[in-house]
Ligand binder design. Structure first.
Ligand code: PLP
Length: 496
């Protein structure tokens, strides 16, 4: 059995194996399954499954070109003891708010859920296509994705990974996490610029033909781990199923009863995965899209106009500081009735003018979504309130989601069980969380605050950052932003 993956912009279709290797379609569009697969097992059947079994089932529906044995190896390799909780994704509840804790992986944020399995998909896909080249993953990071990708690709056969980060643009903990990275195939390089410079350097490397052919001649193929790869999206569908089953197991819902979902949103990948779960037949009613002060999506859901012409604000929930939500293109494809000409037109308008407007009939299909946003002061206040009332500690991103949930409840009165995607550990954004809880943060390093936060809340410091300041620094490479290509060649021993 096969399933076609089409480009949102109408270009040639491929199977899932090629879609995973290519990452992005040649016409610049994103790959989407020609049909979103439907559930063909009962909820009571799925209820008996643990995380890994559910992952094999759900991913198998999207990637039928992988054999059950291949898929099983990917899932077992990805979701193992590198997650600190045996259940992989624990669910914690405060009344009808149910926190789907996606942050117990090696880097303490939800990107681990997808980036721990993507490398297995890529190396399996390479084998299936009888690739003899080594795949080099190039990534620019503003902090989170780089570390998650490094952990995921570490020591995966047939791959190397090079991460560029802005030397003065990431937090102390984030930098230390990256430069202490183990693995024989990992490279970490600080550059003398900001995140945009790092990203532009990576894009330039991808688009430079002579550079790519020099690499090719030495047996290297470039690939990317960024969030538009369908191999990152599909594993995210799994945890919405798992969350629902947890509510079913806890007796909080009966079989078939609808729930709502709230997702703190940046690039629109995580919430799109919830939409896919709903489209497959999981009983989800509303999808609450929570933004921070960069509220392009809130305006979009209000007016049907997407307009990125505004100043990017740097907030305390930095992983959501985004003006172009790339994965929204996949939703536009679905709600426009799979009209790739229409999608291309809107994307062209976005490139040229920074905005596009939905036709009325397309706009009416947005009713599954509810947009909301939360400012900085409210975010901090929410962390404080929830801790004082319930003893539950949230990071800044999860707090944006919780605040959206409260607004949704108040405005609509819809009090179905709510699944809240909890995307980062409070220890990952320690300074803001510690401050919100009333700790004195001035003149203290992030490392010190980790201990203080643990002391105050009784939460155990996650193993992956415990005493990280004492670990050996393994990566000291630096380079100028204009010399990234030369640096890559040097690291890979590629001559002129
Ligand atoms: C990436 C990220 C988000 C945003 O997720 P998208 O899929 O880009 O919408 C939210 N919270 C955290 C902690 C993240 O790292």
């Amino acid at each position: 059995m096969s399933m076609e993956y089409k480009s949102t912009r109408g270009g040639a279709a491929v199977n899932c194996v090629e879609a995973i290797i290519k990452g992005i379609a040649d016409d610049g569009g994103l790959y989407i399954p020609s049909e979103i697969p439907k559930l063909d097992r009962s909820l009571s059947d799925l209820k008996t499954m643990d995380y890994r079994s559910l992952a094999k089932y759900v991913i198998g529906k999207f990637f039928p070109d992988f054999t059950p044995e291949e898929l099983s190896a990917c899932v077992e390799g990805a979701y193992d003891e590198k997650f600190s909780r045996e259940e992989i994704v624990p669910v914690e509840s405060i009344e009808k708010a149910n926190f789907l804790e996606l942050y117990h992986g090696p880097t303490l944020a939800f990107k681990d859920m997808a980036l721990s399995i993507l490398p297995y998909f890529i190396s399996t896909a390479m084998k299936k296509l009888s690739y003899s080249d080594e795949v080099v993953i190039l990534t620019a990071t503003s902090g989170d994705t780089g570390k998650a990708a490094l952990e995921g690709f570490k020591d995966v056969n047939g791959t190397k990974i090079i991460v560029f980060y802005p030397k003065s643009g990431v937090s102390e903990v984030q930098e230390r996490q990256m430069i202490t990275q183990e693995g024989d195939n990992t490279f970490v390089v600080g550059i003398d610029g900001n995140f945009d410079d790092a990203q532009n350097g990576v894009k330039e490397a991808f688009n430079n033909e002579s550079f790519r052919s020099a690499l090719k001649a030495s047996g290297y193929e470039l690939s990317s781990a960024n969030s538009i790869n369908i191999g990152r999206l599909v594993p995210q569908v799994v945890y919405y199923f798992y969350g629902y089953m947890e509510l079913l197991r806890a007796g909080k819902v009966s079989e078939g009863e609808s729930i709502n979902v709230t997702v703190p949103t940046g690039n629109f990948g995580n919430i799109l995965a919830a939409y896919y779960a709903k489209s497959m037949g999981l009983p989800i009613d509303k999808l609450v899209c929570a933004s921070n002060e960069n509220n392009v999506l809130f305006d979009f859901f209000q007016t049907g106009e997407y307009d990125k012409n505004r100043e990017l604000k740097l907030t305390i929930s930095p992983s959501m500081d985004i003006l172009i939500s790339s994965n929204l293109e996949r939703l536009l494809y679905e709600i426009s009735g799979k009209d790739s000409a229409k999608v291309s037109e809107m994307m062209e308008s976005l490139t040229k003018t920074g905005k596009y407007t939905l036709d009325e009939d397309i706009k009416s299909k947005l009713e599954d979504f509810y947009g909301s946003y939360t400012d900085e002061a409210e975010t901090l206040e929410t962390i404080k309130q929830v801790y004082e009332k319930h003893g539950y500690v949230m990071d800044t991103h999860t707090a944006v989601a919780y605040a959206a949930y409260e607004k949704y409840l108040k405005e609509t009165g819809d009090d179905k069980e709510m699944l809240i995607a909890s995307t980062a550990s409070p220890f990952k954004f320690t300074r803001s969380v510690a401050g919100a809880l009333g700790l004195d943060t001035e003149d203290k390093s992030d490392f010190e605050l980790v201990y203080e936060l643990s002391e105050k809340t009784g939460l155990e410091i996650p193993k992956s950052i415990y005493k990280i300041e004492e670990r050996e620094i393994l990566h000291k490479e630096l380079c100028k932003k204009a010399e990234m290509k030369e640096k890559i060649k040097k690291l890979l021993n590629v001559g002129e």
